[in-house]
Design a binder for this molecule. Structure first.
Ligand SMILES: [Zn+2]
Length: 176
């Protein structure tokens, strides 16, 4: 470990404690207006990328496909199928893959609902509307249970951008 500890109150530094150029310890700026962390030895600025995740709203007979999460965050809560996009992966392929992994359902994307970012987590969400083309609904390894919820009886949505995603989906793709 380095002799200077990183600024722990900023979780964006978790994976970047040491400089990739010289091995010096990476620190946060004392001035919060200049938010990029930098190397305390050589001054190299560390550019932290956001993480990209895909979330999919699969509608069938006025009901949305949801998964009961078997992993953190929000373990045990019902949410829309979602997951991180792998480096080099086409985002639309990741969306289809995540639905398959979590529900064993095959889907065809109907279009992009929107992009959602900001807030506490350094995640950009790409939200897609989709329809079922095959498969058999069963829970995957990261899922406790799967099911369709009628649009007028959705469970509480656990993530900050969920209300916006749902409202935008209703406006662009929902029939009700
Ligand atoms: Zn350095």
């Amino acid at each position: 470990m380095g002799d200077e500890s990183i600024t722990q109150q900023d979780n964006r530094f978790d994976d970047n404690a040491f400089c990739g150029r010289c091995g010096g310890s990476v620190k946060g700026r004392s001035d919060p207006a200049v938010s990029r962390p930098y190397c305390s030895r050589c001054g190299h600025v560390v550019y932290l990328d956001p993480k990209l995740a895909a979330v999919v709203l699969v509608c069938q007979d006025n009901a949305l496909l949801m998964v009961q999460r078997a992993i953190a965050p929000m373990l045990g809560h019902w949410s829309f199928p979602s997951g991180y996009v792998d480096r080099g992966e086409v985002v639309e392929d990741a969306a289809v893959r995540e639905v398959r992994e979590e529900t064993n359902v095959e889907v065809e994307l109907l279009g992009l609902i929107g992009l959602y970012s900001g807030g506490e987590q350094p995640v950009v969400l790409a939200a897609y509307a989709a329809q079922v083309t095959g498969g058999e609904l069963t829970a995957g390894p990261e899922t406790q249970d799967v099911g369709y919820f009628s649009l007028d009886r959705l469970p509480p949505l656990p993530f900050p951008h969920d209300p916006s995603i749902l409202a935008d989906w209703r406006r662009q793709f929902g029939s009700t």
